[in-house]
Design a protein around this ligand. Structure first.
Ligand code: ADP
Ligand code: TRP
Length: 324
C-alpha cells in the first residue's frame, strides 16, 4: 500500500480548469483503495501572498466545498486544512536547519515570483521547506503534482536525505513525484489556458443568470450563422467536448458542420449542459457554503487522523534531536 499525498492551493473558488484538470483526476486517484490518500488545503502557504484573514477563510471553505461537492469521501481520504496541524510548522523549523541556503536561492519558483511580486518575504523564500514538511510529516510515498512543482519535490528528497544522513537515522521517507502524463489543458473564455491570473475562467458555481453571462464571454469567430463552422478550431466546441458525453459531442459536431447553427445556440447548449451535468454539485456547493459548520465538521474528521500520524512521526524526530 502506498501513501499518496497532495496539497492544494486555496486561492479562490476553483474554476472549470481546476475541476477538470486537477480535482476530478485526484478524486479518482483516491478511489483506488490500494492507496491510502491524504489531501490537504495549503492555507499556511497562502500567507506568502494573501494577508486578508476573511478572504483566507472564504477561500478555504470554497476549496473544501468544491472537493466535497465533487465527491471526495472524507471517510476514505484524510482531508484536512494544513494549519489545523500546526506541528507542520515545528517540522519546518527543524528541516530549515538542514536545508542549505543556496538550494533555496536556486529555486526557480522563488526567482520567478521575486521578480514579479512587490512583497518578497522570507515565507516566499522558505516555501519549499514548508512543502517538504507537509510531505515528510506524513511519510508520503507518492506526491501527485504538476510539472511546475517537480523542483520542490527534488528539494524535499534532498532535505530528507540530508536529515537522515546527518542524524544517522533512516527516519524520513523519500517521496516520489507522480506527474500525470495525459494532463488536459482546459481553455479559458479567450482561448488561452484557463487561469485565475488571466481572468478568463468559468465559475460553474455562479447563479444561473451570472453563469449565462460568464458563458457568453467565450470568444468565437465571426463566421455568419448560415455558414458551416469548424469545430476543431472553435474554443466553445473544445469546452463543450471536455464536459459532454461522446454522443452529445458527435451531435454538436454535426450541427457545426451543417451550418444554420449559430454560436449563440451553441453557448445556450453549453450553459444547459453545465447546469444539467453539475446541477447536483452546484446544489451541494451552495448548501455547504451556506452552512460552513458542515465543512468544518467534514474537515475535522481528517484533521484528527492527520494529527495522530503527524505526532507519531514528529515524536521520533523530537527524540533524535534531543527535544524529548
Ligand atoms: P490558476 O492558474 O487558475 O491559478 P492553479 O495554478 O491554482 O490555477 O492550479 C490548481 C490546479 O489546477 C493545478 O493542479 C493545475 O494544474 C490545475 N489547472 C489550473 N488551470 C488549469 C487548466 N486550464 N486546465 C487544466 N488544469 C488546470
Ligand atoms: N506548492 C503546491 C502548489 O503550488 C501546493 C502544495 C503545498 C503541495 N504543499 C504541498 C503539493 C505538498 C504537494 C505536496 O500547487
Amino acid at each position: 500500500m502506498s501513501r499518496v499525498l497532495t496539497g492544494i492551493q486555496s486561492s479562490g473558488i476553483p474554476h472549470l480548469g481546476n475541476i477538470l484538470g486537477a480535482i476530478i483526476p485526484a478524486i479518482r486517484l483516491t478511489q483506488d483503495h490500494q492507496n491510502e490518500s491524504f489531501i490537504f488545503i495549503a492555507d499556511f502557504h497562502s500567507l506568502t501572498s494573501l494577508k486578508d484573514g476573511e478572504a483566507r477563510k472564504r477561500n478555504v471553505y470554497a476549496t473544501a466545498a468544491t472537493w466535497l461537492a465533487f465527491g471526495l469521501d472524507v471517510d476514505k481520504t484524510i482531508f484536512y486544512r494544513q494549519s489545523r496541524i500546526p506541528e507542520v510548522a515545528e517540522l519546518t523549523w527543524y528541516l530549515s536547519c538542514f536545508t542549505p541556503y543556496p538550494m533555496l536561492a536556486n529555486s526557480t519558483s522563488f526567482k520567478d515570483k521575486s521578480d514579479k511580486l512587490a512583497d518578497v518575504n522570507a515565507g516566499l523564500f522558505t516555501y519549499p521547506v514548508l512543502m517538504a514538511a507537509d510531505i515528510l510529516l506524513y511519510q508520503a510515498d507518492l506526491v501527485p503534482v504538476g510539472k511546475d512543482q517537480l523542483q520542490h519535490l527534488e528539494m524535499t528528497r534532498d532535505i530528507a536525505n540530508a536529515f537522515n544522513h546527518r542524524m544517522g537515522a533512516e527516519i524520513l521517507v523519500l517521496p516520489e513525484a507522480k506527474i500525470s502524463e495525459d494532463v488536459m489543458i482546459v481553455p479559458g473564455t479567450d482561448g488561452q489556458k484557463m487561469s485565475k491570473t488571466y481572468n478568463n475562467f468559468i465559475d460553474i458555481f455562479l447563479p444561473e443568470k451570472e453563469l449565462k453571462k460568464n458563458v457568453n464571454k467565450i470568444i468565437t469567430d465571426s463566421t455568419p450563422l448560415e455558414a458551416p463552422k469548424n469545430p476543431e478550431t472553435c474554443n466553445l466546441f473544445k469546452l463543450y467536448k471536455l464536459v459532454a458525453e461522446p454522443d452529445q459531442v458527435a451531435e454538436m459536431r454535426e450541427k457545426y458542420l451543417a451550418g444554420n447553427y449559430g454560436y449563440g445556440h451553441a453557448k445556450k447548449e453549453f450553459l444547459d449542459l453545465l447546469l444539467e451535468k453539475y446541477g447536483k454539485m452546484r446544489a451541494t456547493y451552495d448548501h455547504l457554503m451556506a452552512n460552513p459548520e458542515i465543512i468544518e465538521e467534514k474537515l475535522s474528521i481528517g484533521e484528527s487522523k492527520a494529527k495522530l500520524i503527524a505526532n507519531t512521526v514528529l515524536d521520533e524526530i523530537r527524540v533524535i534531536l534531543g527535544y524529548r
